[in-house]
Write a protein of this length. Structure first.
Length: 202
């Protein structure tokens, strides 16, 4: 069985959002068109409390600054995806009808979570792995935002957890804080066993 994983297709990661991913909204029609080809569609939602540790404002610092929390590097972001805010909502054109499960992440005020499976310290798991196993999913296909953060870390964990993991690269967009970040993320994913494909290969 195979699942389509929609990674953080939320207003704040789209143009005019709080943490805009360039052309982030372009993943929406790709996601919508692919949903019918899968046994299961699962979505992750970045879902932070106010004052989250990943927010620059929490530390009186600037977005892009870096701090270390318990030895883990944390890039500081603008306030984004605050629980129940408009910015945290899915993009209005995303077809929610086919989404059978939503996985919330980044809910712990004291630790960030890029991956849909684990927090950044790998201390706590979300429901995602259990849910996929319960539905006998062996292959996961990722689309969404952002290639160089949440897509990458979700894909790397997917491989580690034993899923045959595909990233549909034309259904993803990168933040590219540094211009080479997308390319680096792709190389890192490939080296870890993630299969990088395009939508026509589905
Ligand atoms: C993300 C930065 C902060 C993402 C989430 O969804 O890629 N990036 N929070
Ligand atoms: Zn976040």
């Amino acid at each position: 069985m195979k699942a389509l994983l929609l990674v953080d297709i939320q207003n704040d990661f789209c143009p005019n959002g709080a943490l805009p991913v360039p052309k982030g909204d372009e993943v929406v029609p790709v996601a919508n068109a692919l949903m019918n080809k899968f046994n299961l569609v699962v979505a992750t939602q970045d879902w932070h409390p106010k004052g989250h540790i990943s927010f620059a404002s929490t530390h009186n610092k600037k977005p892009g600054d870096i701090i270390y929390i318990n030895g883990i590097m944390q890039i500081l972001w603008p306030d984004h995806c605050i629980q129940n805010s408009k910015g945290a909502d899915f993009h209005p054109h995303l077809n929610r009808q086919k989404i059978t499960k939503v996985i919330y992440k980044g809910t712990d005020p004291l630790i960030d979570s890029y991956s849909g499976f684990f927090d950044n310290a790998k201390q706590k798991q979300t429901e995602l792995d259990d849910f996929l196993k319960k539905h006998n999913i062996k292959k996961i296909f990722l689309v969404g935002l952002a290639t160089d953060y949440c897509v990458k870390f979700t894909a790397l964990d997917g491989v580690e957890l034993g899923y045959e993991t595909y990233v549909i690269i034309d259904g993803c967009r990168a933040v590219n804080i540094n211009p080479q970040d997308e390319e680096k993320a792709i190389q890192e994913m490939k080296a870890s066993g993630v299969k990088i494909i395009t939508r026509e290969q589905i």
